[in-house]
Design a protein around this ligand. Structure first.
Ligand code: BES
Ligand code: ZN
Length: 607
């Protein structure tokens, strides 16, 4: 195991991979990537004769290594696969070898890859594929040292079928000359952790948003996306103004088909995003602010292991809200903070106490299990608490210094604590006198000094909601108050789950909320229709679950469905139709909720 990283078999403390040279061909008909990766090695300890890499569901076709001019086939051995970690690949290294080349191909079930048929795309004419490497899926499409503590630069050549475009979270080499069998070339000159390596292939068009930002999307989605993301240049400028220069050259966003299992993924230079944030009114673009913020917190300064995930996500949520405040104003940032605080509160009620700590032990568990609101919202509250203690100006300076000090490095929670101590330790209102840092990081739940976000707009909205509940305000008046997305979301979250179906019908008729094109508002509405038994929304619910694969939006709906009297059968019926369109990451989660409705896959063997 990597020293300190329980989620990697690799041995970077002995011999470290520092560069990858990828050469891949996309085979849509077989649903595989076929090719080779060249690894450049840095010897950390002398005399090490074995390189251990992480793999999952890879077919290894051959391994070569040796000193320049004396490269030959070397022995390798694929270990027993572990259900969470995959299988270690041990490669025998000649004494003077500084490179290794592995020929390999992926399997159709590789967990990082989703293969979409033309009918699952907006254009319906071409297939689409994309990768999702975080947290430990990079190993299912590249044999490498799959730990966030290991950084690599890379180059890549990707060959696609004619008519399709390949994009990566990397710089495009300019000499692209798409011919009959187009090959696209990429270069990532900054060292990044493996979970940020990303590729997508499909019928993609591009529209610039300014000099250094732009949008890739399927042609029919491009215009809506460009309008929605109009403020990206302003967001970059606002972030740079406080936290230092953007270090990655371009910042583009790729809008994926609706089966993308996450809201967004901060692949460097090219955020991958769900189309469910295209609300038409920019009301869901905090997700873009979030992924952009990762260009500092996460991509520049990276969590060393998945136990330190809060260093990525807590910092990012904090910066996301600062971007929203700068570009969309304080009231919007306050509303989003309150919504985040409430999501955290409901999660704290159900999580095991150990999982409510910022630094968590994930030994023997899938790092996915650490992806709760805790690292995000408790992490952000901790930083708000520090800000409140030393003042915003001083805290901004602190973060700027943090990014400068640790740029292009992967750090642990302990290293953060030492840095905090070194830099803010001598302040008059020091953190150690006022804030119990250790309690914030290692104790369950929320410390008593946790800041309590407030929003006047949401308090007003809640009061109106209560009046409507008490029948002292007609539903038409709710509609007349022209609530924003955030107010609707808050309103729904404050309604009791035993509300009668009649009252939902009243809302439906008077507000038009049921027909919203906003995926988050629709989610909140549908959740309520399930818990209250409002069956008029059944068809809408089924469509939503079949057309949408974003885990955060579908998982709570399935969970609510299976806990209603006849809901389990309905959930199974819907899931049977929807499952083939979902990403493996969403499938894994929903299988647990609903039960596996697929025919069992053939037994996998290890070759
Ligand atoms: N890096 C995460 C997504 C992620 C985390 C993928 C862990 C796999 C494992 C990304 O930045 C993220 O946090 N996305 C959120 C959106 C955000 C606005 C909270 C999501 O996808 O919901
Ligand atoms: Zn994030």
């Amino acid at each position: 195991m990597t020293a300190g990283d329980v989620h990697s078999y690799s041995n970077p403390h002995e011999v470290r991979v520092c560069h990858l040279d990828l050469e891949l061909t996309i085979k849509f008909s077989e649903r595989v990537l076929r090719g080779a990766v060249g690894l450049t090695l840095e010897r950390v300890l002398p005399g090490v004769d074995t390189l251990v890499l992480d793999t999952r569901d890879l077919v290894i076709l051959g391994v070569e290594s040796g000193a320049p001019g004396a490269v030959a086939t070397v022995d390798c051995c694929l270990g027993e696969p572990d259900p969470i970690l995959g299988a270690p690949l041990s490669i025998r290294l000649p004494a003077d070898a500084s490179t290794v080349r592995i020929r390999y191909e992926t399997r159709p079930q590789s967990s990082a890859l989703q293969w979409l048929t033309p009918s699952q795309t907006a254009g319906k004419r071409h297939p689409f594929m994309f990768t999702q490497s975080q947290a430990i899926h990079a190993r299912s499409w590249i044999p490498l040292q799959d730990s966030p503590g290991v950084r690599v630069t890379y180059t890549a050549r990707v060959t696609t079928p004619p008519g399709l475009r390949a994009v990566m979270g990397a710089a495009h080499d300019p000499d692209v000359a798409p011919d009959d069998v187009p090959t696209f070339r990429f270069r990532m000159p900054q060292p990044i952790p493996s979970y940020l390596i990303a590729l997508a292939v499909g019928e993609l068009a591009f529209e610039p948003l300014g000099t250094r930002a732009g949008v890739y999307a399927e042609p029919s989605v491009l215009e809506a996306a460009t309008r929605e993301f109009d403020d990206i240049e302003a967001m970059i400028a606002a972030t740079e103004g406080v936290y230092g220069a953007y270090q990655w050259g371009r910042y583009d966003v790729l809008v994926l088909p609706p089966s993308f299992p996450f809201g967004g993924m901060e692949n460097p230079r090219l955020t991958f995003a769900t189309p469910t944030i295209l609300a038409g009114d920019k009301s869901l673009v905090s997700l873009i602010a979030h992924e952009l913020a990762h260009s500092w917190s996460g991509n520049l300064v990276t969590n060393a292991t998945w136990s330190d995930f809060w260093l990525n996500e807590g910092f990012t949520v904090y910066i996301e809200r600062r971007i929203i405040e700068a570009v969309f104003g304080r009231a919007r940032a306050e509303m989003e903070s309150v919504l985040g605080r409430r999501r955290l509160a409901s999660e704290l009620e159900v999580l095991a106490p150990a999982d409510t700590c910022l630094r968590i032990d994930l030994t023997g568990r899938d790092p996915d299990e650490g992806m709760t609101h805790v690292p995000y919202e408790k992490g952000a509250l901790f930083l708000c608490r520090l800000e409140e203690t030393v003042g915003r100006d001083r805290f901004d300076e602190f973060l700027l210094q943090y990014f400068e000090t640790f740029a292009f490095r992967s750090i642990s929670t302990q290293e953060f604590v030492s840095f905090l101590d070194r830099t803010l330790g001598t302040e008059e209102t020091f953190v150690s006198a006022d804030v119990d840092v250790d309690a914030w990081l290692t104790e369950p739940g929320l410390p008593l000094d946790a800041p309590e976000p407030r929003s006047e707009r949401l308090s007003r909205c809640e009061a109106q909601g209560q009046q409507w509940l008490a029948r002292s305000l007609p539903a038409a008046d709710l509609a007349a108050s022209r609530w924003t997305t955030q107010e609707w979301l808050h309103f729904f979250s404050t309604l009791p789950s035993d509300l009668s179906a009649d009252r939902l019908a009243e809302l439906d008729a008077a507000t038009g909320v049921a027909t919203t094109g906003n995926a988050e508002v629709a989610h909140a509405w549908l959740l309520l229709t399930i818990t209250t038994g409002y069956r008029a929304a059944d068809e809408q619910l089924e469509r939503y679950l079949v057309e949408n694969g974003r885990r955060k939006l579908i998982q709570p709906l399935y969970e609510a469905l299976v806990s209603t009297p006849d809901g389990h059968a309905r959930a199974r019926a819907i899931y049977r139709t929807a499952r083939p369109g979902y990403h493996p990451i969403s499938v894994d989660t929903i299988d647990e909720v609903v039960g596996d409705v697929a025919t069992p896959p053939p037994v996998r063997t290890c070759d």
